[in-house]
Write a protein that binds this ligand. Sequence first.
Ligand code: BTN
Length: 250
Amino acid sequence: MFSHQQFLWYSTVPSTNDLAGALAERGAREGCAVIAEAQSAGRGRHGRVWSSPPGAGLYISTILRPPTHALSLLTIAAGVAVADAIQRATGLDCQLKWPNDVYAGERKLAGLLAEAGSMEEGDDADDSPRLRYVVLGIGINVMPAAHPADVAARATSIEGELGRGIDRGLLLTELLVSLSARYEELRGGHPQDVLSAWRARSASTLGRAVEWDAGGPRRGVADGIGDDGALLIRTEEGLERVISGEIRWT
Ligand code: BTN
C-alpha cells in the first residue's frame, strides 16, 4: 500500500517540484513529499508561473516511482484526488477541466505539474525501460491573495469561494489519503475506478465548446475521455483525440 513516507517542510523554496526532483535524483524514496509555505519561483504547466505567495496556498510535491502501466492516467488520477480532497475537507463543490485542472465554476482553484525523471533499465519480464521517478506537484489556492493581474482574473481560492476559513490540516490529510488511494488503484490495475471518478467530476465540463491548438486553432465539443486519458472532442470532421496540451472553454 502506498503512503507518504517522509515530509520535508520549508517556509520558502524556489519550487517544491525542483527540490523534490533533486531529492529523487539522489535516490529519495517514493512517498517523500516536499511542502512549502511559499514558492519564489513556483512553476505551472506550459512554462507558466504558479503564483505562490506566503500562506496563500498549499504547495506540495511528492516523489513517485510508478510502474509503466500506471503512467498514462497518473495525472488524471491525481486531479480526481485533489478535487475529492477539497470537497471532503471543505464541502466546496469543484469540477475537473481536462486533464487535471480543478475549478470552482469558471475559475481555477488548483493545478498539477507532473515532471518525469530520466529512464532506467526495467526489471519487468520484458526488461523494457521505465521512468526513474515522477514528481507530482500540486498547488491549491486556499485563500484570496495578491496574485498578478492575469492570474487574479482566472483564479479563485477555497476560502474566497466559501466566504470562511478552512482547516488546512484537514485539507492536507484528505489530500494525502485520496492521493494514496487513487495511486493504489492505478498500481493495482484498476484504472476504471479512476476513469469513472474523473467522468463524474467532469459532467459539467463535458458537452462544452472547446478550442485547442494542433498546428492551428481547432474547435469542437468535449465529449469524454478515453481509457488512456485522452480527451475526446466532437468536431465537424468526426471524433478527435487530444492526448496532450491544453483546451480552452469558449
Ligand atoms: C498548473 O499550471 O496548473 C500547474 C500548477 C502546479 C503548481 C504546483 S505548486 C507545487 C509544485 N511546485 C511547483 O513549482 N509547481 C507545483
